[in-house]
Design a binder for this molecule. Structure first.
Ligand code: GLN
Length: 393
């Protein structure tokens, strides 16, 4: 029986991450598309999760998170200098940030409400906005004109995107896919607009511990004056500890905004996997220097991959954080980002993401390609070896 997919999902087709990873597997390509490490997280996390399973932590968790995890998240928040928070009133554990995003958006927005989104964006924002029947208004991040600086936005464009129906703004810093870290100046401007127009800020900070430049530290929008009570800060365990498959995320917010997230979370999934929450609590409470080692590896990988892409003829933009680097493939004269990524995966044996799916404005992103460098050194070396055979279209 032919069955139609509901209208709300029709514009989005199949997830680019599923599509490109499947293509990479089919062609035995080095998979630099979907962002996940090809190595495991800390042993201590795995042991704590296994122990929790054998000690009988196998039933539903508390809806807002198991107490030790809420406490560890609050502890980690405070240890980054963001102030003391209440583990139960201010922290909600979700199934990855991927669930925190729709929980925040569905909990907050009514049909017809508008929300400002910077493009390129992580595509979950726009699909969650569609599920809520809300309307995204896009502000474009522009690549550095000199090829050296950071991605930037025009403040006037942000001002113009805010209207009488605007309820919220999404800020993803450090930013996927560009590797941009929003500066204090940029965040102050955004905070000013939020306060002036009474907007709620939803921030996605899953790469908060993966910044690479000392002069570009991660700053949480919620720590700016006047922003705590109007910000939902979303983050997760996966990127910091190479445990993306655990799907443990959270929302940190003042009590009224925590109620907003929980209104949706309790009916989306109710709770995240109990033993994994205990594993997460253990590693968050004693993180050691895991993230520092990851940063060292990723800086090396980023530099080696960027140099190889430059040698292959692409124009590589600087990445200051995250798992990703963006490049302009147009010097090689492929038709668009999809044509380039399919050629690269099928013929060269390296998979990447075509970023046009990360834009709301038609036509944007076609010149670009996103590579993930969150891999073993050897994996990046193999990708670089294969890139030797990449030539013009
Ligand atoms: N965050 C990951 C990326 O951007 C993918 C997440 C997913 O597969 N849904 O590559």
């Amino acid at each position: 029986m032919p069955v139609d997919i509901a209208h709300r999902f029709r514009p989005f087709g199949s997830s680019i991450f599923a599509e490109m990873t499947a293509l990479a597997v089919r062609h035995q390509a080095v998979n630099l598309s979907q962002g996940f490490p090809d190595f495991d997280g800390p042993q201590s996390a795995k042991e704590a999760a296994a122990r929790a399973m054998f000690e009988g932590h196998n039933q539903y968790a508390r809806m807002i998170g198991v107490p030790p995890l809420n406490k560890a998240i609050a502890g980690s928040w405070a240890s980054c200098g963001r102030g003391e928070i209440d583990p139960d009133a201010n922290v909600t554990v979700t199934n990855g940030c991927s669930e925190a995003i729709p929980a925040a958006i569905l909990g907050l927005l009514n049909p017809g409400d508008e929300i400002v989104v910077f493009e390129p964006f992580f595509d979950f924002y726009v699909t969650a906005i569609a599920m809520a029947g809300a309307v995204p208004k896009f502000v474009t991040l522009r690549p550095p004109a000199d090829g050296l600086g950071a991605w930037w936005f025009d403040p006037a464009e942000l001002r113009a995107a805010i209207g009488p129906r605007t309820r919220a703004i999404i800020v993803n810093t450090p930013h996927n896919p560009t590797g941009k870290v929003y500066t204090r100046g940029e965040l102050e401007f955004i905070a000013g607009e939020c306060i002036r127009h009474g907007l709620v800020a939803i921030t996605d900070e899953v790469y908060e511990h993966l910044t690479f430049e000392p002069e570009l530290p991660h700053i949480s929008l919620a720590t700016l004056p006047g922003m705590w009570e109007r910000t939902m800060t979303l983050s997760s365990l996966g990127k910091t500890f190479s445990l993306t498959g655990w799907k443990i995320g959270w929302a940190v917010a003042a009590e009224p905004l925590s109620r907003v997230v929980r209104a949706a979370h309790q009916y989306l999934t109710f709770c995240a996997a109990t033993p994994l929450q205990h594993g997460a609590a253990a590693v968050l409470a004693a993180p050691g220097d895991y993230a520092a080692g990851l940063r060292r590896l990723f800086i090396e990988n980023r530099d080696a991959l960027s140099a190889a892409l430059t040698r292959a003829g692409l124009r590589v933009f600087p990445s200051h954080s995250t798992y990703f680097v963006m490049a302009d493939h147009t010097p090689l004269r492929y038709a668009d980002d999809r044509a380039f990524c399919y050629h690269l995966t099928e013929r060269v044996g390296v998979a990447a993401i075509p970023p046009s799916v990360f834009y709301g404005t038609p036509g944007l992103g076609r010149d670009l390609v996103r590579f993930a460098f969150c891999k073993k050194r050897e994996t990046i070396a193999e990708a670089i070896r294969r890139l030797d055979s990449l030539g013009p279209a």
